[in-house]
Design a protein around this ligand. Structure first.
Ligand code: HEC
Length: 501
């Protein structure tokens, strides 16, 4: 029961296929359906049904069935031989092409127009496919109503009455509101952090467990085991994982959950155990340095822990108990690989109508409005997810729109903040340096986290007329930048933000 890509971030999980990336968006659309087979599953983001058709010549019944079981985000799908996808209603069809004969297409079920943009971007960005609108998406009702990623922020609160003083300023307990965030050891994330914020990082829905322990399981009378398990359970409860991995979650746990079920590790797949034992790399999902996350480390195991060695040892025992060897997991790809592929993706040169012109006007060709825009030095990595991939070295200018703000359209000016946006870098609020004519830079613009709508390398043109105007740093701009910079620092550092920013 392998897991690939199942554990990922919200926007990313709109993505539907984890497989072959060597697909080009510009090739001709393949003939409708080969009839080899279909894979039915559910979109991890919307929970809407989706169906994948294996259209390429190189698919075999075996490889298609295996892809269906392992290659779909959001959990295993159901493979049917000779089927043809026939979902109704649908938002559209995503068709991919492949040099290796591994083409596929998939139908995205649903009738909610707010899903159209996300469906299209997930198709073009991750599957490298061509999106063909259907149903409500054809009617022009598409609106930007997707779940917007709420940028992580830290909250600091006085401890609950029966709990000891916190380690933060004035005895506060400080907690990052992010899926990889944890409150102080021994406390419950739900008392100090916001699961509502975490639900924007990755969708929550309940999924049946892979298995459950028998009532007479010998571990139930093994005190040493139970003691270790109760420590692991406490660690889960201190971290944002508990928002969804608990029987107290609104619709029940997502596969595995602490609280009601004593032997909850029994509920997981072998792959999950391998991730926690440190055999499957999940660093792409992001991690805070432990000193910024109440000592919780997530470098060695997917499960944040204040004592990673002890955590890994627990899951190594679980591997032993299941008779799993490292070899069994050797073929499992790193979790979240798709996110890293975006980070290391080689940007093409900007086409016409893209990039920055002599007046400093920034343009991208997609029809979508943006929530994040970056200008970076040539050769930089691309921006990825927080907390540790969103500010690659080489960022020159970055503006963000808060989650409840209006995104901005193409045509913003370098160094000038679009309305509703704020400057994240330079982080002291100062004006970014002027772009040097003749020098090459990266433009990276995002619809929302991990969904780029403009990404290319441009050469800064020579200024056309020499009237002394610079592209950035007029006194008015600087005031704005300073203000925004101040706001940002508050967002990042404020130790007592009572509500979402
Ligand atoms: C916002 C909800 C949410 C949060 C928070 C969350 N998860 Fe999950 N997780 C899910 C859902 C939903 C699934 C099931 C995906 C599916 O199969 O459709 C899942 C599946 C998993 C799996 C796969 C389980 C298996 O048996 O294969 C692992 C491992 C996992 N999560 C680990 C974590 C860890 C560790 C954390 C905390 C750092 C965490 N999750 C936080 C929602 C969440």
């Amino acid at each position: 029961m392998p897991l690939r890509c199942a554990y990922t971030f919200a926007v990313l999980s709109m993505l539907v296929a984890c497989g072959d990336k060597d697909v080009g968006a510009d090739s001709a659309q393949p003939e409708p359906v080969s009839g080899l087979g279909t894979c039915e599953y559910r979109n991890a983001f919307t929970s809407a049904p989706e169906c994948k058709d294996y259209t390429g010549d190189a698919w075999t019944l075996e490889s298609a069935a295996q892809d269906c079981e392992t290659g779909i985000v959001g959990g295993a799908g159901t493979f049917t031989e000779d089927g043809i996808c026939d979902l109704n209603p649908i938002l559209g069809v995503c068709t991919t092409s492949s040099d290796e004969g591994l083409e596929y297409s998939y139908q995205l079920g649903g009738d909610d127009a707010s899903g159209c943009s996300g469906a299209e971007l997930a198709c073009t960005t991750f599957a490298g496919g061509v999106f063909e609108e259907a149903g409500v998406c054809m009617s022009g009702e598409a609106e930007d109503g997707h779940t917007v990623f709420i940028w992580p922020y830290e909250t600091c609160e006085q401890p609950l009455e029966d709990e000891p003083e916190g380690e933060g300023p004035d005895g506060d307990v400080c907690t990052w509101n992010l899926i990889s965030g944890c409150t102080e050891e021994g406390r419950d994330f739900r008392d100090y952090g916001s699961c509502d914020v975490v639900f924007t990082n990755r969708p929550y829905y309940s999924v049946d467990p892979y298995g459950n322990a028998a009532d007479d399981d010998p571990r139930l009378s093994d005190d040493a085991y139970l003691e270790e398990l109760s420590w692991v359970t406490e660690q889960v409860k201190s971290c944002a994982c508990v928002c969804c991995h608990s029987s107290a979650a609104a619709d029940g746990p997502a596969i595995w959950g602490v609280e009601d079920e004593v032997l909850w590790p029994e509920q997981m797949s072998d792959t999950a155990v391998g991730m926690f034992a440190g055999y499957i790399d999940s660093s792409a999902l992001g991690a805070f340095p432990p000193e910024e996350n109440n000592g919780f480390d997530r470098e060695q195991t997917a499960m944040p822990s204040t004592d990673p060695e002890r955590m890994v040892a627990f899951w190594l025992d679980e591997m032993d108990r299941r008779g799993l060897s490292p070899d069994d997991l050797a073929d499992e790809p790193p979790v979240g690989q798709d996110i890293l592929e975006q980070v290391y993706y080689d940007l093409p040169d900007c086409g016409s109508g893209e990039g920055v012109d002599a007046e400093g006007i920034i343009r991208w060709t997609d029809d979508f409005d943006a929530r994040y825009a970056y200008i970076l030095e040539e050769g930089s990595d691309n921006p990825g997810i927080p907390p540790n991939f969103d500010m690659p070295e080489g960022v020159i200018w970055r503006v963000d729109v808060p989650h409840d703000g209006q995104p901005f359209s193409s045509g913003i000016t370098y160094g000038k903040l679009p309305e509703t946006s704020f400057q994240v870098f330079p982080d002291d609020g100062s004006a970014p340096p002027e772009l040097v004519p003749g020098k090459r830079y990266h433009l990276y613009v995002l619809y929302d986290l991990v969904l780029p709508i403009g990404r290319c390398v441009f050469e800064m043109p020579e200024a056309e007329s020499n009237d002394g105007c610079s592209t950035a740093g007029s006194p008015v701009d600087s005031v704005w930048l300073l203000l925004a910079g101040g706001l940002l620092m508050r967002r990042r550092r404020e130790r007592a933000a009572p509500e979402a920013p």
